[in-house]
Design a protein around this ligand. Structure first.
Ligand SMILES: [Zn+2]
Length: 272
């Protein structure tokens, strides 16, 4: 699933091709991709608008429009946004196409049909409840410590809870906990100040490094130009490395289910 580094990469790479461009037409190949408003209103309110900016909040991509409305996109498990020449045809996974002037179209491709778009006046109706952004200056070790106070849930579940911290999912939570040498089943409140500082540092380093590598293409994630990110080459434990040995101590990486998602960790380096 695309997480913060993948959505940030899309946010960084789209603007030269879409900011300032006019949406001349919209094609929906699957109406279910529009969550809000109605499909009819989606067409009528979007066509003719210019895209003013591209922003990100958590795993949501936010396109600003001249009407001051925003088009919010969540790629969910398998979505990608691809820049295509106007002559390019849709394929069986294309769910929506924004036709832009200047011969570039934006294709929303999504094999599993879980991705969603909203066209709203106030972005906070969609992203208002998200937790802090882990790469912003106000996300300090002290803030993380305060948010973990009294939390009995496993730290892995908390890191994946978008209201606790925004943008982290299964892959980067496993990587951050491995780097911080914290077992994924530890309760939030059990972490010492030193462990919280280590975790804070690991989260930032792993996300920043993944952004430098343009995201992780472990399944269906593509950059807007259709190329792959390379962040997964730096993964130490995340899911596609099942059966490998810990790169630090050579113990086999183990997998346990936490909240229905597989969590990968080293039982020796990450003690309970
Ligand atoms: Zn180990």
């Amino acid at each position: 699933m695309p997480e913060l580094p993948e959505v940030e990469t899309i946010k960084n790479e789209l603007p030269p091709y879409i900011v300032g461009r006019c949406i001349t037409s919209v094609t929906l190949l699957w109406d279910g991709v529009v969550r809000q408003p109605s499909v009819e209103e989606f067409y009528s309110r979007l066509i003719g608008q210019r895209i003013t900016e591209v922003a990100r909040r958590g795993k949501y991509l936010i396109l600003g429009l001249t009407s001051n409305e925003v088009l919010i996109i969540h790629l969910k498990m398998s979505g990608s946004l691809l820049l295509e020449p106007a002559s390019a045809e849709s394929n069986k996974f294309t769910r929506a196409i924004l036709h832009l002037d200047k011969e570039t179209h934006l294709h929303f491709r999504d094999p599993r049909k879980l991705g969603v778009m909203w066209l709203v006046e106030d972005k906070n109706t969609i992203v208002g409840k998200l937790g802090p952004e882990p790469l912003e200056a106000d996300f300090t070790p002290q803030l993380l410590l305060e948010r973990l106070n009294n939390r009995t849930a496993p730290i892995k579940a908390l890191l994946c809870d978008q209201t606790f911290i925004a943008g982290i999912g299964n892959m980067y939570a496993d990587e951050a906990l491995f780097a911080a040498r914290i077992h994924p089943l530890r309760s939030g409140k059990s972490l010492s100040r030193g462990e919280v500082e280590r975790l804070h540092d690991s989260i930032r380093q792993i996300l920043s490094s993944a952004i430098s590598n343009k995201g992780a293409s472990v399944d269906t994630y593509f950059r807007p130009d259709g190329t792959l990110g390379t962040a997964h080459f730096e993964f130490k434990v995340a899911h596609y490395l099942s059966g490998r040995l810990c790169p630090v101590c050579r113990t086999p990486i183990e997998r346990i289910p936490i909240r229905n998602r597989g969590s990968y960790f080293c039982p020796k380096c990450q003690v309970e």
